[in-house]
Design a protein around this ligand. Structure first.
Ligand code: AMP
Length: 216
């Protein structure tokens, strides 16, 4: 199965993609995670990504398209994947189509996590994750069971994304509105778009996604 999760920053794409990876063995392909890994490595690509991400802007299409093209060719993606954070522009969406066509493959669904923009700021500004295993938490909505200790791996070190601050979030939302939201009609016209309520609690969103997948 090949899926896209679409929605603005903070809609819950990463959380739901991780759940799909666990429940269905779909590989989570997060361009944001790939770029953060490049930043951590200090490579020239990472240095560029650091500037762009801190400004809340988008990386150039060609770079992202090459990155994904290389990744979907890898063995582990054979049984399916869930794209999280890609495509983000109409050009990326068209390139993905080409990529899949060459492989004689197609998308099964594009799931939009519909959210209220005002709530996103609160969601994004409270989130943090385990520095060791990456499990995601939120100060208000999803605290670890024991304060300061990761539920999954027991680590006591947590990190926050550098781009989860008010100024950058405003720019990221604008990039979503101007560059990413226009790809929704592209998928709607092809009958691929399914909408779920991204404002519901995390388990309910997962349930709605499972319903969509069961209906395919
Ligand atoms: P994310 O983790 O998906 O919120 O992505 C974090 C940041 O990485 C974004 O704000 C962009 O600067 C960059 N980025 C991630 N995915 C893409 C993409 N598909 N196209 C362009 N830039 C991206």
């Amino acid at each position: 199965m090949r899926l896209i999760l679409l929605g603005p920053p903070g809609a819950g794409k990463g959380t739901q993609a991780k759940r799909l990876q666990e429940s269905r063995g779909l590989v989570q392909l997060s361009t944001g995670d790939m770029l953060r890994a490049a930043v951590a490595s200090g490579s020239p690509l990472g240095q560029q990504a650091k500037r762009v991400m801190e400004a809340g802007e988008l990386m150039p299409d060609e770079i992202i398209i090459d990155m994904i093209a290389e990744r979907v060719d890898q063995q582990d993606c054979r049984n399916g994947f869930v794209l999280d954070g890609f495509p983000r522009t109409t050009r990326q969406a068209a390139a993905l189509d080409e990529m899949l066509k060459r492989k004689n493959a197609s998308l099964d669904a594009v799931i939009e996590l519909a959210v209220d923009e005002a709530a996103l700021i609160e969601r994004i500004s409270g989130r943090f994750s385990c520095a060791k295993c990456g499990a995601g938490y939120h100060e208000k909505f999803q605290r670890p069971k024991k304060d300061g200790v990761c539920d999954v791996c027991g680590s006591t070190e947590f990190v926050r994304r550098k781009d989860d601050n008010a100024t950058t979030v405003a720019a990221r939302l604008e990039a979503y509105r101007n560059q990413t939201a226009p790809i929704l009609p592209y998928y709607e016209e092809r009958g691929l778009l399914r909408r779920v309520d991204g404002m519901a609690d995390v388990d309910e969103v997962t349930r709605q996604i499972e319903d969509v997948l069961a209906s395919l």
